[in-house]
Design a protein around this ligand. Structure first.
Ligand code: UDP
Length: 328
């Protein structure tokens, strides 16, 4: 039986594919390669196609014996979602509805879903627990929460069991240096900082220094992409063993401000990394830090990268060796 990974050529998707194949799983990837990279996946069956086209997913489910789906394919940028919310409802919510329709038709009853810390909006408690209020501050978080609810009702109605993984801030790269983060254009803090260290951009923009945090910049919980990958493997195992639908946070439980991340990156890379303060980015909550006790206890999740320094160093290794991303 195989696992279908949608968006498996993307950043978190490709690291998860690597983790699953390293543990002997039979993996099939579906990706339209709009943002993903063909070079990021090896030794798997690959379908280059549009997940939104029912003929494509119908063919994949007919041609293969698929036991479970790991669903990454989505748009995932907070700022873009504020500027173009309909794109997010279309690409995220409607895509998930079509995928679940095909899963139901083909009696595929297990799915691990890429959710996000953005479902919480401005947190009530720090660290955030899965039982805390969900009240997104941007359309990206709204669409992911809508899909979590869709999954809940699909479980009730059709018995499709799901695990939604609410990621905090993914960063870092595969320890072998074979795959890493490569977005065009790049919008995430750590790769942007490292591009500045490589001299590929003049200075970085810090989005706001008037947040209610000690230094005024946003605080985030950075988690290594291989630790996220491990959690997907464990989530699949748990669905197989228990058939219990659930939601889990995935973070390190430690928050770092934008200023702190820049400072650490300067020390690790040895480059100046000039920075200037600009306006806040719409939709950004001030502080997001996870409690991941539930994932540790119930999934048996044991993250290996505890320190932000190790996470930045791992990303730096990839960026230095691949300054043009997968193209170079
Ligand atoms: N950020 C920033 N400058 C950038 C990119 C990001 O100041 O060029 C900030 C952003 O406002 C947020 C944090 O860095 O507080 C992490 O942003 P990122 O886009 O990496 O991840 P997100 O939190 O949106 O998932």
């Amino acid at each position: 039986m195989a696992i279908l990974v949608t968006g498996g050529a993307g950043y978190i998707g490709s690291h998860t594919v690597s983790e699953l194949t390293a543990h002997g799983e039979d993996v099939i990837v579906l990706d339209n390669l709009q943002k993903g990279h063909r070079q990021a996946i090896n030794n798997v069956v690959f379908y280059h196609g549009d997940i939104r086209d029912p003929q494509v997913t119908d063919r994949i489910f007919s041609e293969n014996r698929i036991d479970a789906v790991v669903h990454f394919a989505a748009d995932s940028l907070v700022g873009e979602s504020v500027a173009d919310p309909l794109k997010y409802y279309d690409n995220n919510v409607i895509t998930a509805q079509r995928l679940l329709t095909q899963m139901n038709k083909h009696h595929v009853k297990k799915i691990v879903f890429s959710s996000t810390a953005a479902v919480y909006g401005e947190p009530v408690n720090i660290p955030i627990k899965e039982t805390d209020r969900t009240l997104p501050t941007n359309p990206y978080g709204e669409t992911k929460l809508a899909i979590e609810k869709m999954l809940h009702y699909c479980d009730r109605a059709y018995g499709i069991k799901y695990i939604a993984l609410r990621y905090f801030n993914a960063a870092g790269a595969h320890p072998y240096g074979t795959i890493g983060e490569d977005h065009h254009p790049e919008s995430h803090l750590i790769p942007i900082i490292l591009q500045a260290a490589l001299g590929q951009r003049g200075e970085i923009a810090i989005y706001g220094n008037d947040y209610p945090t000690p230094d005024g910049t946003c605080i985030r919980d950075y988690i290594h992409v291989m630790d996220l990958a491990q959690a997907h493997r464990l989530a699949l195992q748990r669905l197989k063993n228990t058939e219990e639908s659930d939601v889990y946070n995935l973070g390190n439980g430690k928050g770092f401000s934008v200023f702190e991340v820049v400072k650490k990156a300067r020390a690790i890379t040895g480059h100046a990394i000039p920075a200037s303060i600009v306006a806040r980015r719409p939709g950004d909550p001030a502080v997001l830090v996870a409690s991941s006790e539930k994932a540790r206890t119930l999934l048996g999740w044991t993250p290996h990268y505890h320190e932000l320094d190790e996470i930045i160093a791992s990303a730096w290794k990839w960026h230095k060796a691949n300054p043009g991303g997968f193209g170079n």
